[in-house]
Design a protein around this ligand. Structure first.
Ligand code: PMV
Length: 300
């Protein structure tokens, strides 16, 4: 038997623009997915009450078949548990894909590399998201803080200070695929406005990377707020997202924005040292939330 784990992710800046080649900043988070795997006569996945076989007529069945085929894995019994809300922009499906690929790679006859694991997780992700940029699987597989560029992969970002983040669920899960398609329609209808938005997000991301490397958290927070305004212009924000961001800012968060595809799902707020006041205010306003810390690489 073998066990494997992978964390979820939070996009700090640059979602949606990343689909069009703009770099985005993301970080791995501790909550994620765990898998226990044992060789078996028939490949199957157990997730809560469900038992899924590769190739079942469901997204999970198709994704499992794609992942196992990519790794040429032997038949395995895989039991998956998730300690992350799903469909909320925190990379739950990528964490599941990376954890499953790690477990299957560990039990494969041939030695498998991290890049094989990432390719298998991407095959899994494509079933759920159509044409993902790859940021979710990359951030989940690498952990830490990264800059991700479609086609070019990841660069590690050296954080000068830990990030105290608060993640709050601001609406029912939204479909990443539908949100990405709705942004693509805006690009078709208003190409000039869309290009200006991409340019704006690019400059926010470049400056945010400098803030992360210099430990300028108030600067980073302001850039997150500006990114939220540009995302609202792409119609991926909602009333609940705007309200949650405002509650977090009023409670002392340095910045807040939606994270992931939007249309519902989670917001990320950057707390100033102590996340408790932000957590308390969001809970008081009825939002389910939790805190997570992103540490500089060298820290234990
Ligand atoms: O999977 P989500 O909801 O975290 O969204 C991923 C980020 C997007 O930029 C909206 C899509 C993508 O493939 O990069």
């Amino acid at each position: 038997m073998t066990s494997a784990r992978a964390g979820g992710k939070v996009i700090l800046l640059g979602e949606h623009a990343v689909v069009y080649g703009v770099p985005a900043l993301a970080a791995g988070i501790a909550r994620g997915a765990s898998v226990e795997a044992t060789p078996s006569s028939e490949a199957h996945l157990v997730l809560g009450e469900r038992r899924i076989a590769p190739g079942d007529d469901s997204d999970l069945g198709r994704a499992l078949a794609a992942l196992l085929a990519e790794l040429g894995a032997p038949p395995l019994s895989l039991t998956l548990t998730l300690d992350l809300p799903a469909g909320c922009g925190l990379g739950a499906s990528a964490a599941m894909g990376v954890a499953l690929a790690r477990a299957a790679a560990a039990l494969s006859a041939e030695p498998r590399s991290e890049s094989d694991v990432l390719s298998a997780a991407m095959a899994w992700e494509r079933v759920f998201h159509g044409n993902p940029s790859g940021i979710d699987a990359a951030a989940s597989a690498s952990g830490g803080c990264i800059q991700f560029t479609r086609g070019a992969g990841i660069e590690r970002v050296a954080l000068a200070r830990p990030l105290e983040l608060v993640l709050a669920v601001a609406g029912p899960p939204a479909s990443t695929r539908q949100m990405v398609e709705s942004v693509a329609r805006i690009k078709e209808r208003r190409p000039e406005m869309f290009q200006k938005t991409l340019n704006g997000i690019l400059s926010l991301v470049k400056n945010a990377r400098l803030c992360l490397e210099a430990g300028d958290l108030p600067g980073l927070g302001q850039l997150m707020n500006l990114n939220q305004m540009l995302l609202s212009g792409l119609h991926v924000s909602t009333e609940a997202i705007e309200r949650a961001c405002q509650v977090a800012r009023d409670a002392g968060a340095l910045g807040a924005k939606l994270t992931g595809a939007g249309g519902g799902g989670c917001i990320v707020a950057l707390a100033d040292l102590d996340p408790e006041p932000v957590l308390g205010a969001l809970r008081g306003a009825g939002f389910e939330c939790f805190a997570t810390q992103v540490r500089p690489e060298a820290e234990p």
